[in-house]
Design a protein around this ligand. Structure first.
Ligand SMILES: [Zn+2]
Length: 435
């Protein structure tokens, strides 16, 4: 038996949402996997001598899963708020993107976004944007597990001035993916039903099938979108996607706020996954994602922050609290979406929605992805039930250690893979161009 690479100790270890936490337990990591979980007393002499992280004041748990974001859009955080979606996109975001987005911009801004995500406990994320090779380089360096999806839209886009070449650009991106580490996957991100025609959707799906990758799409985000698709194609948004052959197990739809019951059942029959982004939906007044209905229909469901231009942070702790509270208020039912269920959406179920079966729980053989929180923070005292604190009390700033694929990305609150001073300076330089 090879020696352990790292032993992560916790005063409490929460192996999976819904399970009781283990007291004074340790997660033994070797070769990028979890070898075993044992009590401190059970550690072998070799394990006890292996490099050790955390300790008695920590809660060790699976890392959080961000099912939908646009990393590079962190550059537009706070640039334009308090506006309707189409006004925000057409008058502010799209012009800023046309002027500024490049691989270089995506690289530096993605590093800043990854710093925020790692510090708040995200270990797996799905990104969709243009000039996505920049995000790929950032993720390779910074170390999280990720799907990076190249944006596709029937308009001139950053790096793709001729929309007739959007699928060609997507193929070039997927071809760049050979030789990547196992933790990084590529994908395609069709912007939305109202910006991608049937031919584009068909072409993207066919291309994704050839490369064996996931296809993402914003779907039924606003009431206006549903009305526009009805007017243009005479059907509901999900029916439109289905007619274009877009809905299957490799499809991950995002938002889903205005899906009716029939569309939710259609997505479930096709095996598609659906990602809720409650804070973005709140801020744009889009409407509430009916996650309890999605779950009842048997959909695979995850949780995402969306981009920092519409959220305006990349913190899944806030997202969990917002999702739970909004469901209770809206349904007039305090038992709706309990903490354990929401925590599961941000860990194991969220990972499965993205097509990753291993991450999201701590068990022998699973990928060595985990985080720890400082249990001495005043807002976590006293502690009766970890899931409650994680969903209703934690802010993300309690995260002290982050490990992905056995590599330490955050230690005692300090980023180990990102030169934050350099990133801060480069993003400030880009932000000045917006003035
Ligand atoms: Zn989005």
């Amino acid at each position: 038996v090879s020696p352990a690479d790292l032993v992560v100790k916790g005063g409490l270890v929460l192996t999976e949402a819904g399970r009781p936490a283990l007291e004074r337990a340790a997660v033994v990591l070797a070769g990028g996997r979890i070898r075993r979980i044992a009590s401190w007393a059970e550690l072998s002499p070799a394990e006890a001598e292996a490099p050790t992280l955390s300790g008695a004041d920590r809660l060790v748990m699976p890392g959080l899963v961000n099912g939908h974001t646009h990393l590079a859009m962190i550059l537009f955080r706070g640039l334009a708020d308090d506006r309707p979606l189409m006004d925000w996109l057409e008058k502010h975001i799209w012009p800023a993107e046309a002027a500024l987005v490049s691989e270089e911009m995506n690289y530096w801004c993605s590093l800043l976004a990854l710093a925020e995500m790692i510090r708040s406990g995200t270990t797996l994320l799905a990104d969709g944007y243009f000039a996505e090779l920049g995000a790929l380089r950032a993720v390779q360096e910074a170390g999280p597990r990720a799907i990076l999806a190249q944006g596709i839209i029937d308009f001139p886009a950053p790096g793709v001035p001729d929309p007739g070449k959007n699928l060609e650009a997507a193929r070039a991106f997927l071809e760049a993916g050979s030789g990547l580490p196992e933790r990084i996957r590529l994908g395609l991100f069709c912007h939305a039903p109202y910006t991608c025609g049937p031919q584009t959707l068909r072409g993207a799906k066919e291309l994704a099938g050839r490369f064996g990758v996931k296809c993402f799409i914003h779907l039924a985000e606003t009431r206006a979108e549903a009305a526009l698709i009805q007017e243009r194609y005479g059907r509901r948004p999900a029916d439109y996607l289905d007619r274009a052959g877009f809905l299957d197990r490799e499809t991950i739809a995002v938002h889903g706020v205005h899906l009716d019951d029939g569309e939710i059942d259609l997505l479930a029959r096709r095996g598609a996954a659906l990602i809720a982004c409650p804070e973005s939906n709140m801020k744009l007044a889009s409407g509430r994602p009916r996650v309890e209905r999605w779950l009842a229909a048997g959909l695979r469901v995850g949780l995402g922050t969306d981009g920092a231009a519409s959220n305006n942070d990349l913190n899944l702790f806030g997202e969990m609290g917002s999702l739970a509270r909004w469901a209770k208020l809206s349904l007039n039912d305090p038992t709706a979406l309990p903490a354990e269920r929401v925590l599961d959406l941000a860990t194991r179920s969220g990972a499965q929605a993205l097509g990753f079966d291993g991450p999201g729980r701590l068990e022998a053989g699973a990928p060595a992805d985990l985080i720890s929180l400082d249990l001495n923070q005043v807002n976590l005292l006293p502690l009766h039930r970890p899931a409650s604190h994680l969903v209703y009390a934690a802010q993300g700033s309690e995260v002290r250690e982050v490990v992905v694929d056995g590599r330490v990305l955050l230690e005692n609150g300090e980023l180990k893979t990102i030169d934050l001073a350099r990133v801060r300076a480069e993003v400030a330089r880009l932000a000045r161009k917006l003035a």
